[in-house]
Ligand binder design. Structure first.
Ligand code: MN
Length: 353
């Protein structure tokens, strides 16, 4: 936590504001270790304030080090009082706050210049430290185990998508997860051609494919994994499509490392699918960063930005054939100086149940 505050202070020194107000729950947690719905952080070069109401004061005093803890139900008003004589002129805030909140800021901090510093903390969160990596690794292990277990649970022509959804959710909780990290995508047969087809009451039939995109929260961090399996039997075309997607996923694992541009990160995987003639059927980005949020920086828009060691990102190529079926395979990768480490270890050679 101290290391994170050191990085925060260094970024503050390089940014054209005198202080930053942090209000997002995950960002507050990242900086303080406090988890709760009511927490506000204010950091300038003179002070570190943490403000919460009486429900959380004891928790905050136990969890937080290096901040003055202030009990109040009006955090903004209280901050304005405390910093009155600090000589600050520009206050940074998260540009993703609501318009109502912004109006509140304007009223309370009259006389200060307010400046949106969107992604100030999210930029720091891109590079994971050792404890974050250990937590994400455990979240991935829980998903890996749930995947192995669901293979025994699925009965062709009997089990529904929703039952698979519930099984994965409950199994991961039993293994220590706090819950699902997003609304799972459990799509069988023709529905698997929808990249974001959430579970329905449809029965999974023999001869169909089944895409399961799921993950859990473990100690506030996420896992995010996709496996596609076939049920009953598999055609030559299905085998071929699966092989292309798997080769795409693996090609990226081979090459991903710190220093690679975002364009290349997407391009390495996409090239395999393009060359096989299915470029038009790979309709989404190769992946995204993950951590406290299921989707967080970096996002692989086509820029010359470079991967950095300590990023945790997904590698999730797919091919979707409308009205037929689709295949996606997703792993979570830790980027290192020399390559990457695969955090999701569930089998991904073609499985036919
Ligand atoms: Mn994903």
């Amino acid at each position: 936590m101290q290391e994170r505050l050191v990085r925060f202070d260094a970024k503050l020194a390089q940014t054209a504001v005198d202080a930053v107000l942090v209000t997002g729950q995950n960002n507050v947690y990242y900086l303080t270790g406090f988890w709760g719905t009511e927490g506000t952080v204010f950091i300038s070069d003179k002070r570190r304030l943490f403000l919460t109401d009486s429900r959380y004061t004891l928790i905050a005093k136990e969890a937080i080090k290096g901040f003055d803890i202030v009990e109040t139900r009006q955090p903004l008003v209280e901050i304005a009082k405390i910093i009155k004589d600090d000589g600050l002129s520009t206050i940074g805030f998260d540009g993703q706050v609501s318009y109502d909140f912004y109006q509140g800021l304007q009223a309370v901090f009259e006389g200060y210049q307010l400046k949106a510093v969107t992604n100030f903390v999210e930029d720091l969160r891109m590079i994971k430290d050792a404890s974050e990596i250990a937590t994400i690794r455990r979240a991935c292990q829980i998903s890996d185990q749930a995947f192995l277990d669901v293979l025994d649970f699925i009965k062709p022509n009997v089990t529904t998508e929703m039952e698979v959804n519930h099984f994965l959710d409950q199994r991961m909780r039993a293994l220590g997860a706090a819950g699902a990290s997003f609304e799972f995508i459990i799509a069988s047969g023709y529905r698997s051609a929808m990249p974001h087809g959430v579970a329905t009451d449809k029965v999974i039939k023999s001869g169909e494919s089944l895409t399961m995109d799921f993950g859990c929260y473990y100690q506030h961090y996420v896992s995010d994994m996709t496996r596609t399996i076939h049920v009953g039997h598999v055609t030559d075309e299905e085998r071929e499509i699966y092989d292309i997607v798997l080769r795409s996923n693996k090609a990226l694992i081979e090459q991903a490392k710190a220093g690679m541009t975002y364009i290349d990160f997407d391009g390495v995987a996409r090239r395999v699918i393009d060359e096989a003639g299915y470029g038009a059927n790979f309709t989404h980005s190769i992946g995204h960063g993950m951590g406290l949020d299921i989707h967080e920086l970096p996002f692989f828009v086509k820029t010359e930005d470079k991967l950095q060691a300590g990023m945790v990102v997904t590698d999730e190529p797919g091919i979707y054939l409308d009205n037929k079926y689709g295949v996606r395979i997703e792993d979570d990768l830790l980027i290192t100086e020399t390559g990457c480490e695969i955090l999701t270890q569930a089998p991904k050679e073609l499985i036919v149940l």
